[in-house]
Design a protein around this ligand. Structure first.
Ligand SMILES: NC(=O)c1ccc[n+]([C@@H]2O[C@H](COP(=O)([O-])OP(=O)(O)OC[C@H]3O[C@@H](n4cnc5c(N)ncnc54)[C@H](OP(=O)(O)O)[C@@H]3O)[C@@H](O)[C@H]2O)c1
Length: 381
């Protein structure tokens, strides 16, 4: 296992972190974690050098927004001496926090669920510019400072799913150990993106990468044209290795989380992590990723540049976001609302009243009414 120092802390973390969001479950039920299988995987990873475990209040919940079974699982799996061997990260459930006292209440509940007296890295979960402002107004930063001072939190951090422009101002707002961002060779300019990664690193803040395999799509669903690009490389690697190596090639990345759900994936990713040296990919190899990205982007349905001329829509449709999800669905041939980001679209396509105001103004000349109709059918709203 390779280790990197987390931002400006003195903590060395394994380049591979164990994400506890996609653990094996029984009977397809999201909250029914297969304890024996998942425990064996987690212990194997720790025995082979993983020293970072990521969970959250919501992970493995039956319904989105309720308490999940990931934290209690992690609490049990790390009991009996394992807890002391890892840095434990979990997240304040930002979407549920409505008043200042909620911070304290959820932290105490999470300590109990995790069977520990401290959380090494405590994140504000899934921030956007808007939710950060709401948390700051409720006193989140003061709360995090106080919980650090009394030892219940080792370091404060945040995960981010907002617009690129909001990432630097959140980085600048506090002494964060890291920002956690969605990053992989397809998402270099999505959300925080490569610019955000470099901004954090240049300011001494760590970067934890989530979705390095785009939730598995970069490992299992690559179109044949993309596979043939990687086949040209002198050294043969699996699609999972290409994707993980791309992330670890960045010196600003502290660690990449993977939400592994089989022992085979744990074994493979542990092995790949041993080669995850920053700057180890040649210019020739990096050009392959650019080519792969272009090929995949050529599969997009609507050539929307997100100029936002169409916004605000009189009916409240978030047209650029709907189109981004529609494009993701066609690139990956999968309308999964999580994969495509449609879960975060509040102004869904079915709100479209076909007034055509957007079509009159769209610089790309897109047939937006038809595209909204297609998206509404595909995503069900
Ligand atoms: N804070 C947030 O807002 C947030 C959001 C997302 C994620 N996260 C955290 O970040 C972690 C990582 O994100 P992620 O789970 O999306 O990571 P990921 O590595 O992009 O995707 C994990 C999926 O990739 C596939 N996979 C992993 N290793 C593989 C291998 N060697 N070969 C083939 N397929 C492989 C598996 O999917 P299949 O077996 O289904 O193909 C697995 O479920 C999560 O577990 C969670 O802890 C946080």
């Amino acid at each position: 296992m390779l280790y990197r120092t987390m931002g400006s802390t003195d903590i060395d973390v394994s380049v591979l972190g164990f994400g506890c969001m996609r653990l094996p479950v029984i009977g397809g039920k999201p909250d029914a974690i297969d304890y024996p299988a998942a425990t064996e995987m987690l212990h194997h990873a720790i025995d082979n050098g993983v020293n970072y475990v990521d969970t959250a209040y919501f992970y493995h919940a039956q319904n989105f927004g309720s308490a999940g079974s990931s934290e209690p699982f992690v609490g049990e799996a790390l009991s009996g001496g394992w807890r002391e061997r890892v840095n434990l990260a979990t997240k304040a459930p930002v979407f549920l926090i409505k008043e200042s006292d909620d911070f304290e209440r959820y932290l105490e509940e999470q300590l109990t669920r995790l069977r520990t007296d401290h959380i090494d890295f405590y994140l504000l979960h899934g921030l956007t510019g808007e939710s950060y402002d709401r948390m700051a107004a409720l006193g989140a930063l003061e709360f995090l400072d106080a919980a650090r001072a009394d030892g219940r939190i080792g370091h404060a951090a945040f995960s981010f799913h907002g617009e690129a422009a909001d990432f630097p101002r959140i980085i600048d707002a506090h002494e964060w150990a890291f920002g956690q961002i969605q990053y992989n060779y397809m998402d270099v300019d999505y959300q925080a993106g490569h610019a955000g990664l470099r901004y954090a690193a240049d300011h001494g803040t760590g970067v934890v990468v989530m979705e390095p395999l785009k939730g598995g799509k970069l490992a299992a669903n690559l179109p044949p044209e993309v596979l043939s690009i990687f086949d040209r490389a002198a050294t043969k690697r699996t699609p999972a290795e290409w994707a993980l190596r791309y992330v670890w090639n960045e010196s600003g990345v502290s660690l990449a989380l993977s939400g592994m759900n089989t022992m085979e994936q744990v074994v493979e990713n542990l092995e790949i992590a041993g080669r995850g040296v920053a700057g180890s990919l040649t210019a020739e190899v990096l050009a392959m990723f650019d080519e792969a990205r272009s090929v995949m982007r050529a599969r997009v349905k609507a050539d929307c540049t997100a100029c936002r001329y169409c916004q605000p829509c009189p009916s409240g449709v978030e047209i650029p976001n709907v189109l981004a999800s529609l494009n993701a669905a066609t690139v990956w041939n999968d309308p999964n609302p999580w994969l495509t980001g449609y879960t975060q679209v509040t102004g869904g396509a079915s709100l479209c009243s076909e007034c055509a105001q957007c079509e009159d103004i769209c610089p790309q000349g897109l047939p937006i009414r038809d595209l909204m109709s297609e998206a509404a059918t595909l995503f069900g709203r």
